[in-house]
Ligand binder design. Structure first.
Ligand SMILES: O=C(O)c1cccc(C(=O)CC[C@H]2O[C@@H](n3cnc4c(=O)[nH]cnc43)[C@H](O)[C@@H]2O)c1
Length: 336
């Protein structure tokens, strides 16, 4: 099994390498167009050999997509294709209480509503075809969906227009409460959503899918999400990809209004997911929460703690990666 893990910056890459490397020393640095892959070869207890490649591809969705596409293509041309792509790094955690939302403390299961999502993302990629877990969903429906002129290749689930009223935003000093994702916790995306890919209209933001083209959501295989979230004691939820770090309570509230299931935001997941989907490779996104999404407060960021959490998560995941490979070969997401 071959896994490509894509981070934005070298500090995140090194955190992941430290985690995976706890059971497998780094063996090589391999140049690919636009970057250098750090390769590890953990020895799985059983089964086929495992290769874990970690690439720092740059900040933002475009750099992430370009780096991921280059690495995937190089591997495919060499006839050693990847089985799984993972977007990993630090991210902002949403903290605004949402009436009716699940408590998002680490270890909380945040399953999507029990509706499969045929047609989401690119068919046959392993994204968007997962069967939702059966446990009860405390959160509102999926994050994106079709509007008039919805194009093929995008989610066909009802829109997550978030008309429910929001509670007042948390302050930095508020204790974790409903809807709060604590600093240092791990979030595993059950939906990877491009939150600002669209158009401003007199009626507000409109997603590109509502304009009749493009894709704004990729759904990682549900059983894989469940296995990884359980292993890492992570919050499960939507991870938004933004091109601008949120810096105000108003913007955070607007994002939550449009995406009530958002647990975190970052800047690369959707880029990795687009590149992976184009080559029919399943995708995951794993974020360690370094800051709260809301008013800008660099002093409150906990980047060191988040990087340590990232290392811990990948240290936990490394022995499971061969097992996870069995999920990636099940694009219908029917294994339990
Ligand atoms: O607050 C600032 O001045 C600022 C300006 C530009 C970039 C940043 C970053 O933190 C780099 C973002 C980098 O880290 C990930 N990340 C971490 N937290 C967040 C967040 O709350 N929203 C979006 N991205 C975040 C992201 O994936 C980038 O790789 C700060």
């Amino acid at each position: 099994m071959r896994v490509l893990i894509v981070t934005a910056v070298p500090a995140e890459r090194d955190a992941v390498v430290r985690g995976v490397g706890a059971t497998a020393p780094e063996v090589a640095e391999l140049p690919v167009p636009g970057g250098v892959i750090h390769r590890l070869s953990p020895a799985p207890p059983t089964g086929p050999p495992l290769t874990v490649d970690v690439l720092a591809a740059g900040v933002g969705p475009a750099a992430a997509a370009a780096g991921t596409a280059a690495a995937l293509t190089a591997a495919a041309v060499a006839r050693t294709p990847y089985d799984l792509a993972v977007s990993a790094g630090i991210g902002g955690g949403f903290s605004t209480p949402r009436p009716g939302a699940a408590h998002l403390a680490p270890g909380t299961s945040r399953p999507r509503p029990g509706t499969p999502h045929p047609g989401t993302a690119h068919p046959g990629t392993g994204t968007g075809t997962g069967t939702a877990p059966s446990s009860s969903a405390a959160l509102p429906g999926p994050d994106t969906g079709p509007g008039p002129g919805h194009s093929p290749g995008t989610s066909t689930v009802p829109p997550d227009t978030g008309t429910a009223p929001l509670g007042p935003p948390d302050t930095d000093t508020a204790p974790p409460g409903p809807g709060t994702v604590p600093l240092g916790s791990i979030v595993v995306a059950d939906a990877i959503v491009a939150a600002d890919l669209g158009a401003e209209t007199p009626d507000g933001f409109t997603a590109v899918t509502d304009l009749g083209f493009g894709t704004v959501e990729h759904l990682p295989p549900a059983p894989l999400v469940a296995a990884v979230a359980e292993a890492t004691n992570a919050v499960r939820g939507t991870v938004l990809t933004v091109s601008t770090v949120t810096g105000s309570a108003e913007r955070a509230a607007e994002l939550l209004r449009r995406h009530p299931r958002a647990a975190a935001e970052a800047m690369e997941g959707f880029g990795v997911a687009e590149a992976a989907a184009a080559q029919s490779v399943p995708v995951l996104e794993v974020r360690a929460v370094s800051n709260t999404v809301g008013p800008r407060d660099r002093a409150a960021w906990r980047i060191g703690e988040a990087l340590e959490a990232l290392t811990g998560a990948f240290g936990t995941l490394a022995p499971l990666l061969p097992l996870l490979g069995t999920w990636t070969s099940d694009p219908e997401g029917t294994r339990q």
